[in-house]
Ligand binder design. Structure first.
Ligand code: GAP
Length: 488
């Protein structure tokens, strides 16, 4: 698999030039691994978020959504294991003083080998790394780095410190920072949204009269002090997660794990993205809470990488919250157990989690959509950049373009805008030649452009220009709204 570094660079430039994504606080030279979504990026992101939310909470009658706070009681993170276990092995280069996450350093080296056509060696190094990571063998990992002469990108040297663990949570203080009880005031920015769901499990179950199996979904910000953060929005310090915890009867976790693996892969492929660009990757080293886990990986321009995790979290979280809070986290199941003929009774549910990064899904959609096309003919040179977004996710669905700024054409165009704009996002533009306007809409991924011309005045028809095929068809202006609505 070729690493398309140039493609990622082109996407980054395109995102900035067309108002999708800007570096955060750019006028102050940006803030590493933090980004702002611009006018079209915010629309695309919202469409992805809404699509996920609706797929979870509307298409599954037994899943409801919540919106928990980012700040949580500090004990939540002790109970969840994040204070003790949310660490990554890091290594510092003694010459550049630059710190790397060990797995990212080795993965980047393996990507370089792959780009140079040394696929076997690249895979062998990754396999060795996974084995050593699964055993927390830091001496072995350092040896792997040294024997392969893996260098720091800045100093170019192989002069490494020993490997140490660093916690990835950001912390801040509630109240006065001058307090002597600093530890008491310490609160964390949540590193995952899932815990907001766990601590509300009984609130939702009781108030919603939910029966197991059922799910709770949530979309929200999460924060991690990522050390290596070079890959645009792939790895950020502030990002958004779309997570769903599915509460089940203990002993049924294997079948539900398989169910959610299939369900989530189908969700991705149903967006029209080729199945060949996806694969599952089983975790060799399980997180502290899981008894089975896999990633859904996508072929990004930087190689196959994780976009979503599916984790069988057992009763780890609820059991620990019960222990730390001293509040029972049990569910009474009055369904009859066929083995005993009696109700299953009280138990702490097991959980299957699906967890997808919204920003990563954004990058996936962008990478899959981005195409540079050479349209040159014998007569003239021509090209375009087109974003082939799935219509339901496109930031703008319809561009309304009067051919000229006169002769009553803008008025007709405004009528069409008024007919459509409460149903989907429309964009009105009367500047520039029609060709230039089409190209601009291609670059924003707008699936339909409608041109209002003099014939519209005579017979009420307009030209509909289709983004992907560039085909133009003549349809009644009154039918444009249903044509667009029928396409997503
Ligand atoms: N609650 C489980 C959990 O947080 P995870 O595998 O650490 O699991 C889930 O994260 C998803 O969140 C990942 O698959 C990825 O899409 C996204 N994600 C994690 N860290 C990220 C980061 N630093 N920047 C952007 N997205 C991230």
């Amino acid at each position: 698999m070729a690493i398309e570094t140039n493609k990622l660079q082109s996407i980054i430039s395109h995102c900035k030039e067309y108002g999708f994504i800007f570096p955060s606080s750019e006028i102050y030279d940006g803030l590493q691994a933090v980004y702002d979504y611009g006018q079209w990026g915010a629309e695309l992101k919202k469409n992805i978020r809404d699509h996920w939310w609706n797929s979870m909470t509307r298409m599954h009658e037994n899943i409801v959504g919540i919106d928990a706070a980012i700040f949580m009681h500090p004990t939540v993170w002790k109970a969840s294991g994040h204070v003790d276990n949310f660490n990554d092995p890091m290594i510092d280069n003694k010459d550049s003083k630059k710190r790397y996450r060990v797995d990212h350093l080795i993965e980047a080296f393996s990507d370089e080998l792959q780009a140079a056509g040394q696929d076997d060696k690249a895979n062998e190094i990754l396999t060795q790394m996974e084995l050593l990571l699964s055993k927390d063998d830091f001496i072995g990992l350092k040896k792997l780095i040294e024997t392969n002469n893996i260098k720091c990108a800045i100093s170019g040297t192989c002069n490494w410190t020993d490997i140490r663990q660093f916690n990835l949570m950001f912390s801040t203080e509630f109240g006065s920072t001058a307090s002597s009880d600093e530890e008491d005031n310490k609160v964390y920015l949540r590193p995952e949204t899932a815990q907001g769901i766990f601590v509300n499990f009984l609130n939702v179950q009781k108030t919603g009269r939910m029966k197991i199996p059922f799910g709770i979904a949530q979309v929200g910000k999460a924060f991690r002090n990522e050390i290596v953060a070079r890959q645009f929005i792939f790895r950020m310090r502030e990002f958004e997660q779309m997570e769903m915890q599915f509460f089940i009867r203990p002993g049924t976790q294997k079948e539900w794990y398989e169910f959610w693996k299939t369900e989530r892969m189908n969700w991705h492929v149903a967006l029209g993205i080729p199945a060949a660009k996806y694969k599952f990757h089983d975790h060799a080293k399980l997180a502290h809470y899981a008894d089975a886990a896999c990633d859904i990986e996508f072929e990004f321009p930087i190689g196959f990488k994780e976009v979503e995790g599916i984790h069988s979290r057992t009763d780890f979280d609820l059991k620990n919250h019960q222990e730390f809070s001293k509040k029972k986290q049990q569910y009474f199941d009055n369904d009859l157990d066929p083995a005993t003929g009696k109700p299953y009774g009280n138990y702490i549910p097991y959980v299957i989690e699906t967890s997808i990064g919204l920003d990563r899904m954004f990058l996936l959609i962008m990478s899959n959509a981005y195409e540079e096309q050479d349209l040159s003919t014998a007569e003239k040179q021509d090209s375009r950049v087109v974003l082939k977004f799935p219509v339901k996710l496109a930031p703008i669905k319809l561009a309304v373009l009067p051919l000229m700024k006169k002769d009553g054409l803008p008025e007709l165009a405004r009528q069409l805008m008024d007919d459509c704009k409460s149903h989907f996002k429309c964009f009105y533009e009367e500047k520039d030649t029609i060709g230039k306007r089409y190209r601009r809409m291609d670059a924003l991924g707008t699936p339909f452009c409608v041109t209002i011309d003099h014939q519209t005045k005579e017979d009420g028809t307009v030209t509909v220009r289709h983004r992907d095929s560039m085909e133009q068809t003549r349809v009644a202006m009154s039918e444009v709204k249903s044509l667009v609505l029928g396409s997503f």
